[in-house]
Design a protein around this ligand. Structure first.
Ligand code: ARG
Length: 477
């Protein structure tokens, strides 16, 4: 990103694109026209303020295209090496993109190249169109950002599994409907999030495999007559293969929609992890403390330490969900072929990628520095409701049908609460009468957690096995 990291979403870069300047009077396509575009029409078409993020990808795609033209005998060795020297000098391009002058990044680079080299520059666009170029750039950009997001996600999952191991014995109430349900551990909940995020890592991988297709050579809609080797171009750009069909290559944006949907599902998972951590850190819970470096104060209330990183993680999940909807709506009714509507395809993808790459490191830091407060978690285990299902299951083991066991346990709890008594007050005789002679011993969180030792369950051993399974699926570092 570097020089091009202004936010996406603004319609124009306010104050930079003036209505008169940079009109299409001298556009690279002006031959067929006898008058320039109206300033307001030009202004609407400008995308350089956001698509300049693609400058490096456009240079690399241009390198591959120059080599294809040279190999096809359409550029001399001298012309090609002149162009390649300029295009490969990436730092020399970072400051030349002038939003006031050009419509988009592709035209900005071609114009500058032609100004630097004359006729050789004017030969660059043979056999290619902005239609194949823009999706080549966009695929490359998303693949790079997606790879970065994957590395960051792997780091988060590693952090979570480590914290899950630390928390494998920290018993705490598990909740359904935000009400105490059964005994779990902090480690069990954290590894649950890691298991979900593992699927996001795999989704990112699968998306990248499908997206690794080069559109370059597809031209505007139907390739060219120039004998370009699209397979060689694909290989030069690091794509797995060239396009199967040129019309599909320039028309479809499924790669960007899928990227945003992978990001949206990931965003939803991150949001739910953040929601758990924020809740655990509420003063009324006190199960964890968020490090000061990942909390924020209040401008007015001096006592406050708020979980803003977690809340923003939740809030930003809305962005990528919106990005998917934008792209689906944008593309659904379009006939095949390129339409200028498709210029609106980039900001949602930029936003989804940049949101992932912003949120992931912050959440990773927050998880890594989180302090467990096991004594507070354990104090919450005094709630006897947490053991009710264990009692019912003991009746089942003794031979009762589950429905009857459920009813008898419910009736016992109702009876006790009506008399202001608790399970802990039951005598050995009363337990005997209930049908679970060792009932008193079951009201123990360590007994309860170890009793649920089946694969995928919350016992410390099972959590350790789940952690090992997640770690075995993580890419080696
Ligand atoms: N800036 C345009 C985009 O993002 C490039 C393609 C323009 N192609 C065209 N036929 N006008 O889609």
């Amino acid at each position: 990103m570097g020089a091009f990291d202004e936010g996406v979403g603004s319609q124009t870069e306010a104050g930079t694109v003036s209505s008169g300047e940079g009109s299409d009077e001298d556009a690279l396509w002006s031959g067929r026209f006898s008058k320039p575009a109206a300033p307001e029409a030009h202004r609407m078409g400008v995308s350089l303020h956001f698509d300049r993020r693609l400058v490096l990808q456009d240079l690399r795609a241009s390198v591959a295209h120059v080599e294809a033209l040279r190999d096809a005998g359409l550029l001399s060795e001298t012309e090609a090496s002149g162009l390649l020297d300029e295009l490969r000098d990436e730092p020399s391009w970072l400051d030349v993109i002038d939003v006031a002058r050009d419509e988009d990044v592709h035209m900005a680079i071609e114009r500058e190249l032609t100004e630097r080299l004359g006729e050789a520059g004017a030969k660059l666009h043979a056999g290619r169109s902005r239609n194949d170029l823009v999706v080549t750039d966009y695929r490359l950009w998303l693949l790079e950002e997606g790879a970065q997001a994957k590395d960051k996600l792997v780091a988060l999952v590693r952090g979570l599994t480590q914290r899950a191991l630390e928390g494998a014995e920290h018993v705490m109430p598990g909740f359904t409907h935000n009400r105490p349900a059964q005994v779990v551990t902090a480690g069990y909940v954290l590894v649950a999030h890691a298991v979900a995020l593992m699927r996001d890592i795999e989704r990112l991988d699968q998306w990248a495999t499908r997206t690794s297709v080069s559109p370059l050579g597809a031209g505007a809609i139907a390739t060219s007559t120039l004998g370009l080797d699209a397979a060689a171009t694909a290989e030069r750009l690091g794509f797995a293969k060239p396009f199967d069909n040129a019309l599909d290559a320039v028309s479809d944006r499924d790669f960007a929609i899928e990227f945003c949907s992978v990001a949206a599902i990931l965003g939803m998972h991150l949001s739910r992890l953040a929601a758990d951590l924020a809740r655990w850190s509420e003063p009324a819970f006190g199960f964890v403390e968020i490090d000061e470096a990942f909390s924020t104060g209040s401008s007015m209330m001096p006592q406050k330490r708020n979980p803003d990183v977690l809340e923003l993680t939740r809030g930003k999940a809305a962005r990528s969900a919106g990005d998917v909807v934008t792209l689906l709506t944008l593309t659904s009714a379009l006939p095949s072929g390129y339409h200028r509507d498709l210029q609106e395809d980039k900001e949602p993808g930029f936003d989804a990628a940049e949101t992932m790459n912003l949120v992931l490191p912050a959440l990773t830091g927050c998880v890594a520095t989180l302090r467990f407060v096991p004594e507070v978690m354990r104090a919450a285990m005094a709630d006897e409701d947490l053991y009710a299902t264990d009692l019912a299951e003991s009746l089942v083991v003794a031979g009762a049908p589950f429905r009857e066991a459920h009813r008898r346990t419910g009736e016992l709890l109702k009876d006790l609460s009506g008399r202001g008594r608790a399970l802990r007050d039951l005598s050995d005789e009363e337990w005997e009468a209930f049908g679970v002679p060792d009932g008193a011993a079951l009201l123990d969180p360590d007994v309860s957690i170890r009793a649920r030792s089946m694969a995928g369950g919350p016992s410390p051993e099972s959590v350790r096995t789940q952690v090992a399974a997640v770690e075995a699926r993580l890419p080696a570092t």
